[in-house]
Design a protein around this ligand. Structure first.
Ligand code: AMP
Length: 302
């Protein structure tokens, strides 16, 4: 089952206690689509500028990601720069330059319009909605990610878009900001009133939590001795999660729980190295081995 994603394809400047990279390929939709491509075919909708070269395009080709929906515009690609604290838990955004995204009007290729699984990765909420409206039938699962940048600047647009999605996938700080509730379970109740029926909260080194009407399910983060760069971990989590669901073709509770594990598996690989470096060399066998490791990590008898 193919999976449609819209979001940023960007160049990032990254700085962590482990090193610094001035400019490397990144963007929410990039991490998402590469992570998801291990599970299911991916259709990508985004825009890049004329600074995006054939060399940059290679990583999408190597993962068989369908780029018919990746528009090339005149101007510079989205640019973002961020810096991490000593323990990697905090990040400050140094620069956000929308560039070609500022005038982007997504147009879905005909082949993409029947998508049953849709992920609205982190980008302006009106663009997310625009893409969703071009999908012919209501998808089996429409999920959305966002961040403080959009919660603060385009709140009304975000509220309108949220009414049309099933799963909201954000981090704990964003959950608190969006709901004005500190307690995550109370925050979930408020968020359910905005549209989504499932909330997946990404909690960095504390793993992830899924809340829906059936209850709560938690997965740990994979314990790593030397994480290097958390950039894209959330998007890779989302890619593993949605990729697994689209590949499985159902949304039963058991599948959603396994999707949480594959999300955590993909996030854990991304943080092992800078930018996309770990995803570039990743093999399917490593993904399944780590998923088995997760099963061991969380197994106990009563
Ligand atoms: P994450 O670490 O999962 O929050 O995602 C990091 C990625 O999100 C980077 O590769 C950035 O290019 C991208 N990003 C950062 N800010 C924004 C924004 N305001 N809109 C869309 N994408 C963004």
């Amino acid at each position: 089952m193919s999976l449609l994603v819209v979001g940023s394809v960007a160049f990032d400047g990254l700085e962590s206690p482990y090193g610094k990279v001035e400019r490397t390929l990144g963007g929410a939709a990039t991490y998402f689509s590469i992570a998801a491509s291990f599970f299911t075919p991916v259709h990508l909708v985004a825009v890049v500028g004329d600074d995006f070269t054939d060399r940059d395009a290679k990583i999408f080709q190597q993962h068989n990601i369908d780029c018919e929906g990746l528009e090339r515009a005149v101007g510079k690609s989205f640019f973002w720069a961020g810096k991490y604290s000593e323990n990697l838990n905090e990040r400050i955004t140094l620069t956000t330059e929308l560039n070609v995204f500022a005038d982007f009007k997504p147009k879905l290729p005909e082949r993409y319009r029947g998508s049953k699984y849709v992920f609205l990765a982190n980008i302006a909420p009106d663009l997310q909605r625009d893409v969703l409206q071009q999908v012919k039938k209501r998808p089996k699962i429409a999920a959305l990610d966002t961040m403080n940048y959009w919660i603060e600047r385009t709140n009304e647009d975000l509220m309108e878009t949220l009414r049309h999605v099933d799963i909201l996938m954000i981090n704990d700080a964003e959950t608190r900001q969006l709901s004005s509730e500190h307690n995550l379970l109370r925050a979930a109740k408020r968020i359910f009133k905005l549209g989504p029926s499932t909330l997946v909260i990404k909690r960095g080194e504390h793993g992830a939590m899924m809340v829906d009407k059936r209850g709560v399910f938690c997965v740990p983060a994979f314990p790593l001795e030397e994480p290097h760069d958390p950039t894209g971990a959330g998007d890779s989590f989302a890619g593993g999660f949605m990729g697994y669901l689209a590949g499985a073709g159902d949304k039963s509770d058991a599948s959603l729980r396994r999707a949480m594990v594959y999300g955590s598996v993909m996030g854990s690989f991304t943080v092992e190295k800078f930018g996309l470096d770990r995803l570039k060399t990743l093999k399917r066998s490593e993904i399944h081995a780590r998923a088995r490791h997760f099963a061991k990590l969380t197994q106990f008898k009563l």
